[in-house]
Design a protein around this ligand. Structure first.
Ligand code: RIB
Ligand code: CA
Length: 314
């Protein structure tokens, strides 16, 4: 595959950290220009610290971390401390990482970088609420010239929501931002709950990771063992999803996944469908296909890839 120039926008978050370790362990395929952080699972100061921790654990302090939006565009902020813990990363001890944040705000970084990039050269992976990219698009719509595609962890159709009966957390946390991105006309791919809820941990898959017996595998094991409890209990399922890591796996091995080009609409009206993604899976409306919707994935193939890449870290 051609090496991807990549910016990862993230709200670490347990599954974000697994995604970041997977990405940072894959320099041959992913030229990570920067991590940009946003408030989401927890407040911005903690998501930014956790992104710096993931960078340190991967031995990749060459990658700058820029802090971005501390709150959604319009709605009142919500967080997911009940799932990710007060520090946004339960199961492991967190501390102040050695390398500092980069100077400047993530939104300004996105604008400067995308405006000066070669045409359609940079891929953006969105692992949290899409506030940073939406702000950049609103402030400087011409940044589209530098964007190759946007790959998003977000949305739900067949699966139903994980924060309301119909809405997935990242879109529910800032549906107005998600609408700005959806209506931008860029090439968009959604790794929705429809896919991530088919890619679940299991005792064997966690043992496979633990058998690496390195720092990265111990961190991921401790993080996942804590993180998956809520979903396993809530859905009464034998394992938990690792949502954000599916975005990185898509970039590394898209053949692990399947989906189709569809028309997607996001509901940002206050009410029971706030943050819902309405996916015209059978093309009932013959509306323009504005996204590629991933609804399925090879779970064992995903964990084999994750394990192999974690094995490359210290
Ligand atoms: O719904 C799952 C998404 O919400 C993931 O990105 C997780 O980190 C949380 O942000
Ligand atoms: Ca996330």
């Amino acid at each position: 595959m051609e090496r991807v120039d990549l910016i990862i926008d993230t709200d670490p978050g347990a599954d974000d950290v697994v995604a970041l370790l997977l990405a940072l362990a894959s320099p041959q395929e992913l030229n990570i220009l920067a991590l940009t952080t946003v408030a989401g699972n927890v407040r911005l100061d903690k998501t930014s610290r956790n992104a710096r921790l993931a960078r340190e654990w991967a031995g990749r302090e060459d990658v700058p971390v820029y802090a971005g939006a501390s709150r959604p565009l319009m709605r009142t902020p919500i967080y997911a401390e009940d799932i990710h813990g007060k520090e946004g990363l339960s199961g492991v001890s967190v501390y102040e990482p050695k390398a500092a944040l980069a100077e400047g705000n993530a939104v300004a970084y996105l604008i400067d970088t995308l405006m000066s990039a070669s045409p359609h050269s940079i891929t953006i992976a969105m692992l949290g609420p899409q506030t940073n990219l939406a702000l950049a698009l609103m402030q400087q719509p011409a940044i589209i010239q530098g964007i190759k595609e946007v790959v998003i962890m977000g949305g739900a159709h067949f699966n139903g929501g994980n924060i309301t009966p119909v809405a997935e957390f990242n879109l529910f946390a800032d549906p107005h931002a998600a609408e700005v991105v959806l209506n931008s006309g860029m090439k968009l791919t959604y790794l929705s709950l429809d896919a991530t809820h088919k890619i679940l941990t299991s005792d064997e898959r966690l043992k496979q990771i633990a058998a690496l017996n390195n720092q990265a595998s111990r961190l991921v094991g401790d993080i996942l063992n804590d993180y998956i409890k809520a979903d396993m209990e809530h859905y009464d399922i034998p394992g938990g999803p690792v949502h954000d890591a599916a975005v990185i796996a898509w970039l590394l091995k898209p053949q692990l996944f399947s989906g189709r080009a569809v028309n997607v609409v996001i509901d940002s009206r206050e009410g029971p469908t706030f943050g819902q993604t309405i996916v015209d899976w059978h093309d009932r409306l013959k509306a323009p296909k504005n996204a590629f919707w991933v609804d399925s994935g090879d779970a064992q193939g995903f964990f084999n890839l994750l394990t192999e890449r974690l094995g490359r870290l210290k």
